[in-house]
Write a protein that binds this ligand. Sequence first.
Ligand code: FAD
Length: 288
Amino acid sequence: MVRPSISFEFFPPKNEKMADILWNAVPDLASYGPEYMTVTYGAGGTTSDGTVETLQKMMAENPDIPLASHFTFINATKDELKAYTDRLWDMGVRHIVALRGDMPADADVQWPLDNDDRYFQYTSDFVEGLKGWHDFEISVGCYPEKHPDADSLDADIQALKLKCDAGASRAITQFFFDNEDYYRFADACRKAGIETPMCPGLLPIHDFKSMTKFAKRCQANVPGWLHEKFAGLENSPEDAQKVATDLLILQAEDLAANGVDHFHFYTLNKGAITAEACEALGYKAKAA
Ligand code: FAD
């Protein structure tokens, strides 16, 4: 069996302490030879400078690893979006993870807007726009358990199809813990005529309690068996880390055994669990 390729997601650090954590993790994880690494983008441009600065430093330190910028279109005009893509293109970034983003829950504007040509309305329009501006490789997001805003999984799959038809060449999934959800979703996408490669997004559990809060916001299921695994480990970080690492390894092994050929790790800027899982899955770290 060919070992799946891997990629890593990071986010721009908000302060010096977080920057130290990130810049410790990056070289460790980069040494496993990812196909690409990505940096997230705060919806509405809240991190655009931080995203660019993080990409620039990553690029300087890892000139051989392609980088992707996540990029969201809500609450930004097409002109503003184009200016950011020009900046990325001039830096040498050739891959965008194109997303809608979310407005804050209490905002009085939500997407799609009514017929305002200055803005993109749907991610598929955004993908088409990006492709028209520069010849970027485009990845998009997808949701094995349905996007929280979608009326049905079928509607969401149709939205994914539009994004792929508009030029996306890869779909990266929201994290999930029950692989059956992923298999069902991938099968339904194939039946809907989506041939674009799909990459499972895997979330190492660094802190079970905060993960459950985040999962609630994303409407990602945290199965009962997962709660049981972490029960009683609230004050035993080492035991919790061991459980999280073993779970990540098992999840990846099962996906690989079922034909998955790429894993995208949501590293949360921390190296340990992801690196240990990579090691156990047979990826070899190259010496710096
Ligand atoms: P979309 O495809 O835009 O779907 C959102 C909703 O709109 C769904 O209900 C869908 O069914 C519907 N829809 C889409 N197109 C159509 C259409 N043409 N007609 C009718 N309905 C439609 N957020 C950030 O702010 N920054 C990040 O860096 C970031 N990175 C992410 C990375 C990944 C891999 C994933 C999966 C998500 C990421 N997100 C990020 C979160 C994302 O921005 C939110 O989940 C957002 O709500 C949806 O964006 P989307 O482009 O994935 O979804």
